[in-house]
Design a protein around this ligand. Sequence first.
Ligand code: AHM
Ligand code: MG
Length: 337
Amino acid sequence: MTAKIITIERHILEQQRHFPEATGEFTYLLYDIALAAKIISREVSKAGLLEILGLTGEENVQGEQVMKLDVFANETMIRMNDHTGRLCAMASEENPDIIPIPERFPCGKYVLIFDPLDGSSNIDMNVSVGTIFSVHRKVSDGRRGALEDFLQPGYKQAAAGYIIYGSSTMMVYTSGQGVHGFTLDPSVGEFLLSHPNIQIPPRGKYYSTNEGNYHYWSEGVRRYVDYLKASDEASGRPYSGRYIGTLVADFHRNLLAGGIFMYPADTKDPQKPHGKLRLLYEAAPLAFIVEQAGGRASDGRQDIMNIQPESLHQRVPLFIGSRKDVDEAGQFIREFG
Ligand code: AHM
Ligand code: MG
């Protein structure tokens, strides 16, 4: 028997039926994100051609300004979402402040938070990159969104997801009813349901971290990684190391195969006591996804989903993936700091 072909549009619409009071605004917001993802994917797939086509300078052959891919991805997310009436404001990892909806456009009841091109330092080497997004309901009183709409803990997210521009382009999202993955069929330009109800294995066999930072980590983190590398056949160790350096890609592999991704705090650098990754743009959306898939996300001491953000670009240490692995990392950190 062949599987049913389900587009992302149909899937989102079917999920909406669980909420008879839904206006459809949220459904359309997810469509808009999927469309932005297709446009970004098209450009990412041409990344290696930019130089031979003479497109990396300030101007292309038509005399038009050519944007770098991360700028292009950012502009695309903003332009696809600013005029739809579904959002009251946006925040991007690339912009220092909230991005208001222009006065001439209507405002809606959601805010959109995104990292437009995660892992962009990998783009020139033809290594996977991604887009991460998070949706919150507006909680402020005014018509336009305010900072308080963004500074909400992860457990309040209405939806979260990512797009991975890999050997195929995939969009993975949750709106609190499981995690679903769609693969872009470029010939028809549709995201088709390929990974329904993703569940992360309770324990993995991969650990993913930038081990070059080993000497900057706390004792608990160092001991935990030493433990993962120590041989113990009965408990499946040593784990295999896998690190791409694009959070979305490292996370995606571990979500499907099981494992733990870590970006711990840098204990030697007072400027980086909270790690590298951003709570709102990276950690919280992936935490929502991993929890919906049966996994866990922690800063080593508390669940990422429970952290009350204090600023838009706040950073946080991140331990995310299979539940038992994240628990074990936490035990080492509690014991040894
Ligand atoms: P970016 O948003 O500037 O691309 O930085 C985030 C990226 C993540 O995708 C990845 O997990 C991490 O930085 C890699 O950092 P490092 O090079 O320190 O290992
Ligand atoms: Mg990023």
